[in-house]
Design a protein. Sequence first.
Length: 122
Amino acid sequence: MWWRPKPESLGRRGERAAARYLWFRGYRILEQNLHLGRYEIDILAQQGDTIVFVEVKTRRRDDATDPHDSVGPAKEMHIKTAAEMYMARHPSDELYYRFDIVSVVYPERGRPRIEHLPDAFR
């Protein structure tokens, strides 16, 4: 009997693609899948003097809803709560904070389509 690793979930695959996308655009990836209490930040990144809390939404091409639309008020509150916990543990008067959404849509063939919505909760 030989061992085969479990296939990577669509969500994890999307998070890796989003992190790579941000890195190529000059963001420094600080952490991925950061757990703060019962909440999670998909990607914690830094762009200059700004800490960016990134929510990644990944879908298949044939999904009817836009990935951005699936971040509703409850999810936004969870992300903000996690961010507050992070800021309490890492206080800084020299940094700004913002919330971004990155959507990753995988077509049947070809590269994923990635959209970045900076400052999504404004």
